[in-house]
Write a protein that binds this ligand. Structure first.
Ligand code: RB5
Length: 147
């Protein structure tokens, strides 16, 4: 199950991703918004991130204008490792090395076609499980607990 959320500037991109997930027969939960009216990205970052850390969804995808604001907000939620990216290498490496659990995309940065490529890479790449990467992720978690 994939959690989806956006703001108004990422709404159309979210709709394109929904269509793609439906074509791939991948289940998703849309945490909103449900129209392109102006909304605040932190609100939807929180709603969607809760779906991931609560265990309802395995991974999440967030869209705003740049992917940046919504990723900053999502990364404030304990347990979230959200990656804002617009290139295929980063989309792959953030799963392999960072075990990222949310992908953040910019509706004003990438085309729907580019976004779908990034989504597929993100969803289809597992965490490598290598000790050095697991150790570094544990350090991030420890950092989160200290602050
Ligand atoms: C909204 O205009 C825009 O600021 C937002 O979608 C996002 O790009 C923020 O990082």
């Amino acid at each position: 199950m994939i959690a989806l959320g956006s703001d108004h500037a990422g709404f159309e991109l979210k709709q394109a991703i929904i269509k793609h997930l439906e074509e791939r027969k991948i289940e998703y939960k849309d945490y909103g918004p449900f129209s392109a009216d102006s909304v605040d990205y932190a609100v939807y970052a929180e709603k969607t991130a809760k779906g991931v850390i609560g265990g309802e969804c395995e991974l999440g995808i967030l869209c705003c204008g740049t992917g940046v604001g919504i990723s900053i907000a999502a990364n404030k939620v304990r347990g979230i490792r959200a990656c804002c990216c617009s290139d295929k290498f980063s989309a792959e490496m953030t799963r392999l090395h960072n075990d990222a659990n949310m992908l953040c995309l910019g509706g004003r940065v990438v085309t729907p076609e580019q976004a779908i490529e990034l989504v597929d890479i993100f969803l289809d790449t597992p965490f490598s499980g290598e000790e050095r990467h697991a150790r570094r992720i544990a350090q991030i978690t420890e950092l989160e607990e200290r602050f």
